[in-house]
Write a protein that binds this ligand. Sequence first.
Ligand SMILES: [Zn+2]
Length: 222
Amino acid sequence: MFNVVRNGTTPVSLASRRKYDSEDVWEALNKVFHKKCYICETREPHDINVEHFVPHEGNEDLKFDWSNLNLSCSRCNNIKLVKYNDLLDCCDPNTDVIRAIKRLPPSTPYAKKLQIEAQLDDDKTKLTAELLDKVFNSKHTPNKAITSAFLRKKVFDQYNLLLEQLNRYYDPMALPEEKTIAVERIKLLLKPSSPYSSFISWCIIEDEELGPILKDFIGVAE
Ligand SMILES: [Zn+2]
């Protein structure tokens, strides 16, 4: 989960209240969510849905409300179901969904678990952390165990890109300009449009030297 700015105008097709997933809605959602599932942060997943953040249950206002439409992959959509309907809202500018939940990437490609930990004590944060734990660590069915292992490996691949830049930055032989380039590349990985940016963000938050340098690039929507 990452911070999103729902800027721009409401897709016109929603006004007619016939379809909530017309082409203009898809186009607008792809732009706002950077083609990422808002829950697992996979970019361009195999299967993606227009999801009602708060289930509409027949309520027409909620069904066609632009601010209630999110982009989520089928797997997350299926895990979320109705139990998780009071989550942190990644589109709320007053909620820093990155810092609210600590997430660390796996230490190896086949690590059994990712660390996911609520940093605040309110129900929304705790429920969102519980959902993320299920998405990344679930073993409750054989299928979910396989797909969550696949997901953890994808997070590791992204973490590997960060490690490359960290090695360049902390190389005792690094020249100032090489350090600058490494920092610029880390900024790319921190962008909400990059896959699994919340995990990369937490690596930087936890880093004593880079944390303060890059703090303004964490938890900001684009
Ligand atoms: Zn997902």
